[in-house]
Design a protein around this ligand. Structure first.
Ligand SMILES: *Cc1c(COP(=O)(O)O)cnc(C)c1O
Length: 436
């Protein structure tokens, strides 16, 4: 056998010797689409260069955080400056206050916020807080929503409504998920039935308002309205997992988008991550003062972190939020994302390929299906083989989208109209091979 000269493949082979699957987060391994993961050498603006020196237009952006593109000058400067002052102290800093104040000013449903280091940690802590604040154990989550890899949230639907879920990962004991009820997204009747059966025992309902972990599926307005009403009626807390949508779909996040359709709408607890760290490990959860004061050191709900509120990460997040709150930022980003989605839709139509797509702010999704799915079962009707053809066709043409059909896509302010055009042209030529 001749030795493989592709540097991405060489690195992947080497990585697999020392890191399980060669990656530190499973989706990076390209298992769903096959082929060789691209090892990133460096990134700038809307692009990254792989180990072969090939340029890609990046629609993943670290799975959402890089809303300004890679290496934005103001962010880079803030990070460099912060690093000079020290990496981590394990003692409070002024910048944590500044970031908290900035987040609270943009998301008015929260009076207080606690900073942590990952979305998983934020989601897990939000659940503990909801349980501690209500004195209840049970929770509702929805099939297809991802809230990080905390044990109680790695659950799929059980055999019936009256039964609780089954673990989706080995290593999660059934007892740990016995309090987690998994329901179908956008199914109002099932939601009402679940509250009728379990309402008094429910600590919270956790939901991705726009589910980005089954590609892109919006909670319908009537469904979100019922989630809010039923939580209020039964004394359960509504937890919006905005790790992906927060500061990504709008400056006020997805809750701001729903508040336009549902007057007075707000969650009890918000979970944030991704954009608020601007590419550094940083996440948060927050809510009303009375709920947040249940947290240690004030209250009985324990939560802590050695690197929480890390000074370099907070500098990165703060600089990022300061850019996205500039007037017109989201209008321009939304228009660009819309132009991408419209361009892809028109190209698919021209080639006779079944296609549906949606977007909000700088987040988008598309399906090789005639109509947009409303829940996980419908998402999974997508044809994986056709998606893989599209994925590899785009990759060959220097366009990098998520290597799995159940993931959303992200546009940054660094993407130009020319990048969008190049992407649409690449897609059109792949659609030709998908047609017929
Ligand atoms: C990414 C994500 C998480 C997990 O965040 P990590 O930082 O990867 O732990 C949780 N919820 C949602 C909605 C996410 O998109």
């Amino acid at each position: 056998m001749t030795p493989n000269t592709d540097r991405n493949q060489q690195l992947f082979d080497r990585a697999r010797q020392v890191i399980p699957g060669g990656v530190n987060s499973p989706v990076r391994a390209f298992r769903a689409v096959g082929g060789t993961p691209r090892f990133v050498q460096r990134a700038e603006g809307a692009y990254f260069w792989d180990a072969e020196g090939k340029r890609h237009i990046d629609y993943i952006g670290s799975w959402g955080p890089m809303i300004l593109g890679h290496g934005h000058p103001a962010v880079l400067e803030a990070v460099q400056k912060a690093a000079l002052d020290g990496f981590s102290f394990g003692a409070p800093t002024e910048r944590e206050i500044e970031l908290a104040e900035e987040i609270l000013s943009l998301v008015p449903s929260m009076d207080m916020v606690r900073l942590v280091s990952s979305g998983t940690e934020a989601g897990m802590s939000a659940i503990r807080l909801a349980r501690g604040a209500t004195g209840r154990s049970k929770l509702i989550k929805f099939e297809g929503c991802y809230h990080g890899h905390a044990d109680a949230l790695l659950v799929k639907a059980g055999s019936g409504l009256a039964t609780f879920g089954n673990p989706t990962s080995a290593g999660v004991p059934p007892e740990v998920v016995q309090h987690t009820l998994v329901l179908e997204y956008n199914n109002v009747a099932q939601l009402e039935e679940a509250f009728a059966l379990h309402g008094k025992e429910l600590a919270c309902l956790i939901i991705e308002p726009i589910a980005g972990n089954m590609n892109f599926v919006r909670a319908s307005v009537p469904f979100m309205r019922r989630c809010r009403e039923l939580c209020t009626e039964h004394g359960a807390l509504l937890v919006l997992d905005e790790v992906m949508t927060g500061f990504r779909v709008a400056l006020g996040s997805a809750q701001g988008v729903y508040a336009k359709a549902i007057p007075g709408f707000k969650p009890d607890i918000s979970v944030l991550g991704k954009v608020i760290g601007g590419g550094m490990p940083l996440a948060a959860f927050g809510g009303p003062r009375a709920v947040m004061e249940q947290l240690a050191p004030l209250g009985p709900v324990y939560q802590a972190g050695t690197l929480s509120g890390n000074p370099v990460a907070t500098a990165c997040g703060l600089a990022t939020l300061k850019e996205i709150r500039k007037p017109g930022f989201f209008d321009a980003l939304s228009a660009k994302t819309k132009s991408l989605v419209d361009g892809l839709s028109a190209a698919a139509k021209a080639e006779g390929v079944a296609f549906s797509a949606d977007c909000e702010g700088g987040m988008f999704g598309f399906f090789l299906l005639d109509v947009l799915p409303q829940n996980y079962t419908q998402v999974m009707k997508s044809d994986g083989a056709r998606f893989n053809t599209l994925f590899h066709g785009l990759l060959d043409r220097g366009v990098y989208i998520a290597p799995a059909l159940y993931e959303a896509g992200f546009v940054s302010s660094a993407h130009s109209a020319a990048d969008v055009e190049e992407t649409v042209a690449a897609a059109r030529s792949v659609f030709k091979s998908l047609a017929g």
